[in-house]
Write a protein that binds this ligand. Structure first.
Ligand code: NAD
Length: 356
């Protein structure tokens, strides 16, 4: 193994950026530690066929700073970080590649914990864990937390109830038209919860089998993927890709409430203003989709189900606080959430300075 780790100079506001290469396995990866002010950085590893190393670097920076916000709002005592492996998750995986990546994670000596993200399975993470104590989201072991998706779905569902109460003056979903975009690990689980709660589901996915299952088992109406923003709905739950809410789609959206699992739903920050101007309530993605990292945090901190469930329950309270502050101030929910994150980090910094 010829592991080469290059320390790159990160942009202002970021703590560390590593470029990792191992020619025998073909590994090319970035690991970014955005902030350790609140604790060791934690955030998943994504495997993606990036068009260039620059694209991968841009993605890891964006995702790592998003994890700082997510972990801060969920009260996990963790900072933000992320890693990306450049490659095709269908064809480029090998034990040697994941072990080399594990050694790179180990070199950070616990300032960064990695876990599964898009393109990475618990089996892959087990190979990473053969080389480092700082790989989590494992299926086995005393504190192994396994697939985080059911907890992400539960957190989104709890937040949806608070959002519905705010917008429709009731958290009763009976007959409420909810469009779930993306019926993957999180979206299908969320659709099941909404169905049980009496919602009328509309579903969109590129996966025919998932659509058939939702139609048959959940009585869902199928919507073409390119007709989502023309569909009549009360609630939009984006659970597929990031960047789905652009100025154009936000201007067409029929929903009164947006709450879903996808990361980075707003293509640009200004979309939050467009939604607010149209009286559409947007629940910030990094707050509502924290259930997965909460589950992973229970493994990092070696705590049990009570820790996980308590923090999952706190998410709804956070959303209530954000909606109340937004109602009082007229600020968008994203601005309110970003200001809360900045305060949590500033408070922690001044406590640390006081203690030094
Ligand atoms: P997944 O890959 O299991 O599911 C994604 C689904 O979206 C798939 O069914 C896919 O076919 C579908 N899809 C792809 N393109 C689409 C399109 N154009 N229109 C409609 N559907 C499309 O992913 P997941 O784990 O369910 O995660 C969903 C989203 O939530 C992702 O953005 C992910 O980053 C985010 N997220 C997931 C977790 C988690 O615990 N899994 C945690 C936080 C955030």
């Amino acid at each position: 193994m010829q592991l080469k780790i290059t320390q790159e100079t990160p942009p202002a506001g970021f703590e560390r950026l590593l470029f990792v290469e191992e020619p025998d396995s073909g590994l090319q990866a970035f690991i970014c530690v955005h902030s350790t002010v609140l604790g060791p950085a934690a955030g998943g590893c994504r495997m993606w066929k990036y068009g260039s190393l620059d694209q991968a670097r841009t993605d890891v920076l964006r995702l790592a700073s998003g994890m700082t916000s997510k972990n801060a709002m969920a009260g996990l005592g963790l900072g933000g970080g992320k890693s990306v492996i450049v490659g095709d998750a269908k064809t480029d995986k090998s034990e040697a590649l994941f072990r080399a990546f594990g050694q790179a994670v180990e070199s950070l000596k616990g300032t960064y914990y990695t876990a599964e993200d898009v393109g990475i399975s618990p089996e892959d993470m087990a190979m990473v864990a053969a080389e480092t104590d700082y790989a989590v989201g494992l299926e086995c072991g005393q504190h192994g937390s396994g697939d985080p998706s059911p907890f992400t779905a539960e957190g989104v569902f709890q937040c949806l109830k608070v959002g519905a109460e705010n917008v429709f003056a009731t958290s009763d979903f009976t007959g409420r038209r909810v469009l779930v975009q993306g019926l993957g690990h999180v979206g299908m689980s969320l659709a099941e919860k909404l169905h049980e709660a009496g919602a009328q589901l509309i579903v969109a996915d590129i996966n025919e089998a998932a659509l058939k299952r939702a139609a048959k088992d959940l009585g869902a109406e199928v919507c073409a993927v390119d007709a989502v923003f023309d569909a009549q709905m009360d609630i939009f739950a984006p659970c597929a890709l990031g960047g789905v809410l652009t100025e154009e789609s936000a201007a067409r959206l029929k929903a009164k409430l947006v709450c879903g699992a996808a990361n980075n739903q707003l293509a640009t920050p200004g979309v939050a203003e467009t939604l607010r101007a149209r009286d559409i309530r947007y629940l910030p993605d990094y707050v509502v989709n924290a259930g997965g990292i909460i589950s992973v945090a229970s493994e990092i901190h070696k705590t049990g189900e009570d820790y996980r469930d308590d923090r999952l329950n706190l998410l709804a309270g956070r959303i209530r606080e954000i909606l109340d502050l937004s109602d009082q101030s007229g600020k968008t929910t994203t601005r309110v959430a970003d200001e809360l994150v900045a305060k949590i980090i500033a408070d922690a910094r001044s406590l640390q300075k006081g203690a030094a």
